[in-house]
Write a protein that binds this ligand. Structure first.
Ligand code: THG
Length: 296
């Protein structure tokens, strides 16, 4: 599982302040930290960046690449001109840069697909349609077919497209978490060769902070079972990165068995592994979500 570090992010106080003040130090420290933590990509998240994105994106890219030039970057903003300005200064890496993201809305993708083609960038195909979030896996699939067809027509092959079916908070609509799993199963049939990704931490956006890691890592293992290729994840979460890099087969085994309805006898498991059993059941809707699901 590839990890795309999420924390070079305008929402973070430290990084947001450094973006504003054009202070390179916190940004370069964060990039070096993510490299040390084994992140495969660094996501540069400017948010909407309506006002100064055109100057900010190229400045952040150059600031990062001064100290880390061997990790590919993810250009994360809804400002299309900022993405283009960033691609213009991007110093080539072994793997192509990744545009985050192209939504499934004609007025957006008609502008952005040519950008990806011109600059040889990969892109994240975000399953966000004219009506917003798709209601189920079939709506996700319909959006996916439309957007990938348009990209293929422009000469971009599926291997350069990272499909993001959109992760939503588990405490709001458990059913959406299941729908994404169902969609993930369909991707190789509707888009052979396509890659995939997701904003993993979205699943725990709302639940108490100390319970975020268990939700994030459980869901990652569940998604990986159905072919998830990468996650946008928290580089501070060492356990998550260990699981992603294949170092915690014990956790993977328990999650998969629980998905199949073959959870080991809870009395035979460590507290750590029991938490994974309970969390699979919450994500699949077998248990109703409440902030105290681990205590039940
Ligand atoms: N899909 C794609 N791109 C995305 C998302 C997605 N980019 C943005 C987001 N979702 C993924 N990135 C983050 C970044 C931070 C957090 C969650 C997702 C986060 N931050 C903490 C918080 O808000 O509480 C801490 C912020 C801080 O450092 O203060 O949760 O779905 N393609």
């Amino acid at each position: 599982m590839l990890c795309l570090g999420e924390s070079l992010n305008v929402m973070s106080k430290k990084i947001g302040g450094a973006f504003k003040a054009r202070d390179p130090k916190p940004i370069q420290e964060e990039a070096l930290f993510q490299k040390e933590k084994g992140m495969d990509y660094i996501d540069i998240n400017l948010g909407p960046a309506k006002k100064d994105g055109i100057e900010l994106m190229p400045w952040v890219i150059q600031t990062v690449q001064e100290v880390v030039d061997d990790i590919p970057l993810v250009l994360d903003t809804s400002n299309i001109d900022a993405i283009e300005a960033g691609l213009k200064v991007y110093k080539p890496t072994e793997k192509a840069p990744l545009i985050n993201s192209i939504m499934c809305r004609t007025e957006r993708y008609e502008k952005m697909i040519p950008l990806a083609a011109e600059y040889n960038a990969d892109f994240i195909a975000l399953m966000w349609g004219p009506d917003g979030l798709p209601r189920d896996e079939n709506e996700r699939a319909a959006l996916c077919v439309e957007l990938l067809y348009a990209a293929n027509e422009a000469g971009i092959e599926n291997e350069r497209i990272w499909v993001d079916g959109i992760v939503t908070p588990v405490n709001i609509q458990q059913q959406q978490c299941v729908s994404l799993l169902e969609f993930q199963k369909m991707i190789q049939d509707i888009a052979p060769g396509a890659k995939s990704t997701c904003g993993l931490s979205n699943i725990s956006n709302g639940p108490p902070v100390h319970l975020r890691p268990i939700l994030n890592s459980t869901y990652m293992v569940m998604l990986e079972r159905y072919g998830m290729y990468s996650v946008i994840s928290d580089p501070l979460d060492d356990k998550l990165t260990d699981i992603a890099k294949g170092k915690r087969q014990d956790i993977v085994d328990v999650v998969l068995a629980t998905m199949d309805g073959n959870a080991p006898d809870i009395s035979s498991l460590s507290k750590e592994l029991v938490d994974y059993v309970k969390t699979v059941d919450v994500i699949l809707g077998r248990t109703l979500y409440s902030d105290s699901w681990l205590e039940l």
